[in-house]
Write a new protein. Structure first.
Length: 123
């Protein structure tokens, strides 16, 4: 009889309980980018307010779920989630990837915090 397979991590709430949160962040990012690809297809069918509400509901709810795990996480981890927020802002505003005023758009137009500030705010 073969020995039972070992699991790398337990995940009772959808967050792997191993020593790194990199796996959780990678899953969240992959799920968000998957949804972005579908939302880009219907972007022209929606007005800007509806699109912003839809993206906020879909993406930010996934990013905020269990984000207390990210308290004290290294910058490499939070940078992955920051890329997701930047992509969400680009979908809403229709800007290109290398647009220089993206930080201003995030803060002034959409009123979103950066990921490390967001984690501290939710604590």
């Amino acid at each position: 009889m073969p020995p039972p397979k070992k699991r790398n991590a337990l995940s009772p709430w959808g967050v792997p309980l191993d020593l790194s949160v990199d796996r959780h962040v990678s899953r969240v990012c992959a799920g968000c980018f998957y949804r972005f690809r579908h939302l880009r297809r219907i972007r022209r069918s929606l007005d800007s307010d509806s699109l912003a509400t839809l993206i906020y509901a879909v993406v930010n709810s996934r990013m905020d779920y269990c984000n207390t795990v990210l308290a004290g996480a290294p910058r490499t981890v939070t940078d992955k989630l920051q890329r997701v927020l930047n992509a969400a802002a680009r979908v809403i505003t229709g800007t290109r990837k290398l647009h220089r005023g993206l930080g201003q758009i995030l803060h002034e137009q959409l009123h979103w915090l950066d990921v490390p500030d967001r984690v501290l705010f939710k604590l």
